[in-house]
Design a protein around this ligand. Structure first.
Ligand code: CA
Length: 234
């Protein structure tokens, strides 16, 4: 891990003026920035410089954002923030399903971008791991192994993105309790995320689909409409 505050951020963006603006904002907050203007450069820089976070545009010359996230997630848990066209719901669902941690709409609010980068880096490098950090969680058919980042459902391994993993783990740490939207968003994404229920909804949908792929007849997470979610042992 690099020194806190000097983490390296790889900006993958083919619009030069927008890329420079992002770079300016991130530099000003003390991060090191790397810039890739197309998918090939992005892959090269990712392999060579091992950034601590990737800011990923979707439409790019060469391998696009979809291909890049697939390649990154094949061997890395690095936080990925996707930048999508405004209102492209299908892109968000697809991006979070492919392993992005978060997304931002264009046009981007730069203060919000900085806040989301900070939150993503904090999630990736928690300073004070919880007491249960190394403890295996066994909740009925769901077994969660925090250290190896693995989840077994009825003995079948499912592959979760880092965000889906944190979401499942947080709920499983509070079995039977109603966990509100705001609490979940803040626990899983960070303190600035209380209102982003769409992000939660989409990530929950993807998580449930993966749980169902291993145990279609069971329900592990119930919805309390308008309130939140509950982990039920089954
Ligand atoms: Ca683009």
């Amino acid at each position: 891990m690099s020194e806190p505050g000097r983490e390296r951020i790889l900006i993958v963006e083919d619009e030069p003026e927008f890329a420079e603006l992002i770079r300016l904002w991130l530099d000003r907050h003390g991060w090191q920035t790397l810039l890739a203007r197309d998918g090939w450069e992005a892959l090269q820089q990712f392999e060579r410089d091992r950034p601590d976070l990737v800011l990923l545009d979707i439409g790019l010359p060469g391998p696009d954002g979809w291909e890049l996230i697939g390649r990154i997630r094949a061997h890395s848990q690095v936080p990925v923030l996707m930048v999508t066209a405004l209102g492209a719901e299908a892109d968000k669902v697809r991006g979070l399903g492919a392993g992005a941690d978060d997304y931002m709409n264009k046009p981007v609010s730069f203060p919000e971008l900085v806040a989301r980068v900070q939150a993503a880096l904090r999630r990736a490098h928690p300073r004070t791991p919880s007491a249960e950090d190394s403890g295996i969680l066994m909740r009925g058919a769901v077994h969660i192994y925090p250290r190896s980042h693995r989840v077994l459902v009825g003995g079948v391994e499912i592959h979760l993105t880092p965000t889906e993993f944190r979401l499942l783990r947080y709920l499983a740490e509070h079995p039977g309790e109603l966990v509100g939207h705001r609490e979940l968003l803040q626990a899983v994404w960070g303190p600035t995320y209380g209102d982003d229920t769409q992000l939660l909804r989409v990530t929950m949908r993807n998580l449930r689909a993966k749980l169902a792929s291993a145990a279609p007849e069971r329900r592990f997470i119930t919805t309390e409409y308008g309130l939140g979610y509950r982990f039920v042992e089954s």
